[in-house]
Design a protein around this ligand. Structure first.
Ligand code: SAH
Length: 363
């Protein structure tokens, strides 16, 4: 049994079964044994890789997008440049390099990294060593108020979800129970209704088939609402993740270890856990909190529209044959519909009203 499984066994004995959201929060974020607290999960030697680790073009285009939004919004100063879940710091380093070509941009922003993992904070510090103006926070709520430029790549997919199952007698919540016979965790169902049912999109709540699984992520909805609230003073946020364009039924909770799928209730705390992002729900939450919502568009369309292929070709003119191969395959992986190109989506939020930039570049 992993240390985290021992902990879950004790917690379930004391408190009773866990919701899937509690289970995810423990598996990923337990202060001592949580997956993200204990390791750098990224890269070939880790469990998974992400767009900024695959190609520098990803972060560069995002840097140009943020700088352009800043310019269109009137080049104000004192802007909070925030990244949620910044991994190894690669995206922030690449985007700052690209955005620094916009005169005045670097002086206008302070950088705020929202990261709970000590191991990853350490990596981020190394990646951002040349930059003077960087602060770290445990949550967006801790970032000082001010105009906002925000980016989050593969962050929302790591936030806890609840799962609900439609039964003959109504929606029930999926739980993690302890199977004393096997001395292992197992899935169960709540005996009665769950309050999170009210967060389901109405067409799913009333229209789903018996047996259907639906997911809601109050944690994602509340961080989205907080982003939207902060955007009332300007400027823009960019959310990139894999998921659905519209709310849909389906069990998307998945564990990944060493670049391969793994069972969710095995090696708890030692595999990554994620769920598809419901962009329909995120968009409704942002609009409900007063932001203008753009997209989602596919990662492929967004990157090509912003000039990914031109940037690739510019890099190729200065590359060795070996570098050229990596540059081509990296960009291809990000835009190919058979790889990340269409599964990954991009959504932007901007301030609505008089200062709105509509549509932002790429949408
Ligand atoms: N954006 C990065 C890393 C994605 S992995 C990239 O594209 O490479 C998810 C990131 O979110 C990690 O940095 C992880 O430590 C962080 N994270 C996960 N849950 C978090 C939470 N609740 N609060 C802050 N950061 C979190």
């Amino acid at each position: 049994m992993t240390p985290l499984e021992e902990h879950l066994k004790r917690r379930i004995a004391l408190d009773g079964p866990l919701t899937i959201a509690d289970f995810m929060a423990e598996a990923l974020g337990h202060p001592q044994f949580g997956y993200y607290r204990t390791r750098d999960p990224l890269g070939a030697a880790g469990d998974f890789t992400t767009a900024p680790e695959i190609s520098q073009v990803f972060g560069e285009l995002i840097g140009l997008w943020l700088a352009e939004m800043w310019r269109l919004h009137g080049m104000s100063t004192g802007v909070r440049l925030v990244e949620l879940g910044p991994g190894r710091g690669t995206l922030m380093a690449d985007l700052l390099r690209a955005a620094s070509r916009m005169p005045g941009f670097l002086d206008a922003v302070s950088v705020h990294m929202v990261e709970t993992s000590p191991a990853l904070r350490n990596e981020q510090g190394k990646a951002l060593a040349p930059h003077p103006n960087v602060a770290w926070h445990d949550s967006l709520a801790e970032v000082p108020e001010g105009q906002l430029l925000l980016v989050a790549n593969e962050f929302l997919d790591a936030l806890p979800i609840h799962q609900l199952v439609r039964t003959e007698t109504g929606w029930r919540e999926k739980l993690v129970v302890w199977d004393d016979g096997a001395d292992r965790p197992a899935f169960g169902l709540s005996p009665g209704a769950s309050p999170v049912e009210t967060l389901l999109a109405e067409e799913i709540r009333s229209g789903a088939d018996i047996g259907a699984v639906a997911e809601v992520s109050p944690a994602s909805l509340s961080v989205t609402a907080e982003i939207a609230r902060r955007l009332q003073t300007g400027i823009a946020a960019l959310i990139i993740d894999y998921g659905y364009r519209n709310s849909a039924v389906g069990d998307t909770l998945q564990a990944v270890k060493a670049h391969d799928y793994a069972p969710v209730l095995v090696n708890i705390g030692e595999a990554d856990l994620t769920a598809h992002v419901d962009f329909g729900a995120i968009g409704r939450a942002a609009a409900g909190a007063g932001a203008a919502v753009h997209g989602p568009v596919t990662q492929r369309d967004f990157m090509i529209d912003l000039g990914a292929l031109h940037r690739r070709d510019a890099l190729l003119t200065r590359a060795t044959p070996q570098q050229a191969k990596a540059i081509k395959s990296g960009v291809q992986r990000l835009i190919d519909p058979k790889e990340m190109g269409t599964l990954f989506k991009v959504m932007a939020f901007t301030a609505s009203g008089g200062t709105a930039i509509d549509p932002p570049p790429g949408f």
